[in-house]
Design a protein around this ligand. Structure first.
Ligand code: NAD
Ligand code: DAU
Length: 338
């Protein structure tokens, strides 16, 4: 089995690659990644020289390059993690989100049609459903919840999902889609809430909490997300959307306080700043379908996962310090050339 994993030099894709090496050592893995600011070859160091792993630097929106990769590698399965993924950046500059998340997805889907594929899996997000009110705790996102996006990021991800469905219905392409809640764990880029707060707390810098910090996210340890995708690839129904989430809703401010407490840092570091434009209030996944159909359940409790994550950032300072000082992009160039 040869699997093409796009966006594998980012947070979730790299964790997925490491999991797949562990869970399916017989698979051949090809990672295609553009190495944008969010891609980091240092993250792939543990697998880079292993037989059965190959890295290709390419842009999913570059149709010629994508077709070249399909022609040369002939993948059986494609798992598309490649995306511009940060909501705040999408508010500043939406265009690149459309180029990568929409046009890039279309180029991959067209390549799958042209060269043939056993499965195309689209890694999507719960953000495509918009948000839920704080005062209706009985409401959850199901696979039937209408798409109702808020940010340019979520609009681009929803567009990609619609394209995947269209290619399934129109051309019979064997696709699956997963929509996961917020992930946390090792190798997350320090622009996202949890790693940013850990890095700032360790540097005794202010921790910027948007608005009043009352927004709720449904956190899932990254390996649990990877296990869910693996199951969908093995047993998921073609054409099906699967929501992934572990019923772990938390207010931002409570997460920030938890991180400070684990690190033994004072709450006086918390600084309330101007709210994100169009800020979604609450995300909450109903994972009944993936549980009842495929037997998936998360295994990592948040109290354990957050401690493991904080410890990982303490043990791997060079990884994120090279990002914060900007040196990692020169490292990428050097590693890629070698
Ligand atoms: P990330 O930003 O950490 O990594 C994205 C990766 O994609 C990087 O390696 C980057 O170099 C690569 N990339 C970007 N544009 C590319 C292009 N045009 N061609 C090839 N590669 C490109 O993102 P992440 O947090 O690992 O998210 C991965 C996927 O999971 C995304 O599709 C995201 O929408 C989805 N998702 C993320 C979360 C989360 O909490 N982080 C939750 C649900 C779904
Ligand atoms: O729900 C899945 C989504 O989760 C993924 O699709 C996205 O790719 C991923 O980035 C994430 O989106 P969020 O916007 O929820 O994640 P972020 O870490 O940016 O923010 C989490 C919450 O914390 C959100 O309510 C905004 C808030 N926040 C974030 C930052 C970076 C702050 O209060 N301060 C901050 O500095």
């Amino acid at each position: 089995m040869k699997m093409l994993i796009t966006g594998g030099a980012g947070f979730i894709g790299s964790n997925f690659i490491v999991c797949m090496r562990k869970w399916h050592p017989d698979h051949t893995l090809v990672c295609l990644d553009k190495l944008t600011y969010a891609g980091n070859l240092a993250t792939l160091k543990p697998v880079m020289d292993e037989p059965g792993f190959k890295f290709i630097k390419a842009d999913i929106a570059d149709r010629e390059a994508v077709y070249g990769v399909f022609e040369a590698e002939k993948p059986d399965v494609v798992v598309n993690f490649a995306a511009e993924s940060h909501v705040d950046r999408s508010i500043e500059n939406p265009s690149v989100f459309l180029e990568t998340n929409v046009m890039g997805t279309q180029a991959l889907l067209d390549a799958c049609r042209k060269y043939g594929i056993q499965r195309y899996h689209q890694v999507s997000t719960d953000e495509v459903y918009g948000d839920l009110p704080l005062d209706r705790p009985e409401l959850f996102f199901t696979e039937q919840t209408p798409l109702h996006t808020s940010s340019p990021y979520s609009a681009s991800k929803a567009s990609a999902d619609l394209l995947c469905n269209a290619y399934h219905r129109t051309y019979g392409l064997p696709i699956t889609i997963s929509r996961c809640s917020n992930n946390y764990g090792p190798y997350q880029f320090p622009e996202k809430l949890i790693p940013l707060m850990i890095a700032n707390a360790l540097a005794d810098k202010p921790l910027p909490v948007y608005g009043e910090g009352l927004n709720v996210r449904d956190w899932l340890y990254v390996e649990d997300h990877c296990a869910a995708i693996d199951l969908i690839l093995q047993q998921g129904k073609i054409g099906q959307v699967y929501n992934i989430g572990g019923h772990n809703e938390m207010k931002n401010i409570d997460i920030v306080k938890m991180i400070l407490s684990i690190l033994g840092k004072p709450e006086s570091l918390i600084t309330y700043v101007t709210d994100r434009k169009g800020h979604d209030m609450r995300y909450a996944i109903d994972p009944t379908l993936i549980h009842s159909e495929l037997g998936w359940l998360p295994v990592t409790k948040f109290e354990d996962g957050i401690r493991t994550t904080v410890q990982w950032y303490l043990d791997n300072r060079p990884w994120w310090e090279r990002i914060i000082c900007g040196e990692y992009q020169a490292d990428n160039e050097r590693m890629f050339t070698n």
